[in-house]
Write a protein that binds this ligand. Sequence first.
Ligand SMILES: O=C(O)[C@H]1O[C@H](OP(=O)(O)OP(=O)(O)OC[C@H]2O[C@@H](n3ccc(=O)[nH]c3=O)[C@H](O)[C@@H]2O)[C@H](O)[C@@H](O)[C@H]1O
Length: 433
Amino acid sequence: MNNNIPSTPGKFKMDKPPYIHRFRWHYSSLAKLTFWSVVFLGLIVVFFFKSPSTSPPSPNSDLSRRSLKTTSWGGPAWEKRVRSSARIRSPNGLSVLVTGAAGFVGTHVAAALKRRGDGVLGLDNFNDYYDPSLKRARQALLERSGVYIVEGDINDVALLNKLFEVNPFTHVMHLAAQAGVRYAMENPNSYVHSNIAGFVTLLEICKNANPQPAVIWASSSSVYGLNTKVPFSEKDRTDQPASLYAATKKAGEEIAHTYNHIYGLSLTGLRFFTVYGPWGRPDMAYFFFTRDILKGRSIPIFEAANHGTVARDFTYIDDIVKGCLGALDTAEKSTGSGGKKKGDAQLRVFNLGNTSPVPVSELVSILERLLKVKAKRKVMKLPRNGDVPFTHANISFARREFGYKPTTDLQTGLKKFVRWYVGYYGSGKKGDH
Ligand SMILES: O=C(O)[C@H]1O[C@H](OP(=O)(O)OP(=O)(O)OC[C@H]2O[C@@H](n3ccc(=O)[nH]c3=O)[C@H](O)[C@@H]2O)[C@H](O)[C@@H](O)[C@H]1O
């Protein structure tokens, strides 16, 4: 991931002014000075007319946007686009800012909200943690259904302020994050940057907004860490994360508590359990197993100690979308405004899983049948890189609160994924992703 934010903004050094010689005012010097002044002024005029239009001036925005390499934003046409995308088109509809809208879950949720007439504005930094062309394809998909994705980072205070100034969002669906359990050992700071700093930045904007939006955001099943009591219930302990990814998501839950407590923000965390499906994430096992089986490459299948089974409560994307919409629809209003709490506000955490764990080896068998290709299995010990051997969700709380009921088993969901995958990448040996 591109993590090139200067650690100490303002460290850029200005060039030293050239040494100014003392000189006498001869006639020839004056003529030379006049000549070069005219040339210099001419250059300024040319530069002024040729320079591309940039976003409006706003405090602090220049440095942060330069460092984040986002494209320009702002101006009347841009604001009109933002407003139009966020406009509610059905009675009692919501106006939702979806962060991470070019991501896997973000795209599906944004499309579903738009379909039912809610106003939706996307925000995404299009980072290159995985192939950005897949994110661009999702963006094109959303564009066709009328959802505009603003290109920018959740750490960009000026941009976030502008978005809330242009449109008073009733809800924020916060799905932007640095995902992936194993990558946290390679690039730990990207997790801190997105999942902690970015989350705090976003909550600061939300608490200052007037009216404050209700915030629904993606936590993770990984917060259960080394918990051994199954199925995992929201009441179980979550103080033993096995990866930095999990630790940042757990930190998010604590941060959410703070903003709810001090500022009256309505906050709902959703613990997603290994979400899969069409338009999914290429860094996830079901996705790259599919690619590698088709390419005839061997696939590493992890097993726990003493040849124990590694299993996941794989959850199909459509079920997760229903859970997200249920959480949005039952979110109560925040109670504060303009940074001041006016009363107690809602604070919730839900498991969104499938309640039916499947061993990874069985996932591979299903893929073999669907792809009609035998996998080259390479069974290996679960590396010590943050993976946990088992996940299993207890979903009774989400069922009680908003009727959450997953309906897609792994076989059915993978069938839909494989159909999409082959349509998108082809069934053969075409390029990597
Ligand atoms: O629920 C979550 O909150 C998380 O779900 C997902 O994490 P995981 O459940 O770990 O999914 P994923 O990597 O697809 O591995 C699946 C299985 O394959 C096994 N696995 C993996 C890689 C490999 O090479 N071999 C292997 O056997 C591996 O041991 C595991 O048993 C999201 O990525 C994460 O962002 C977060 O959202």
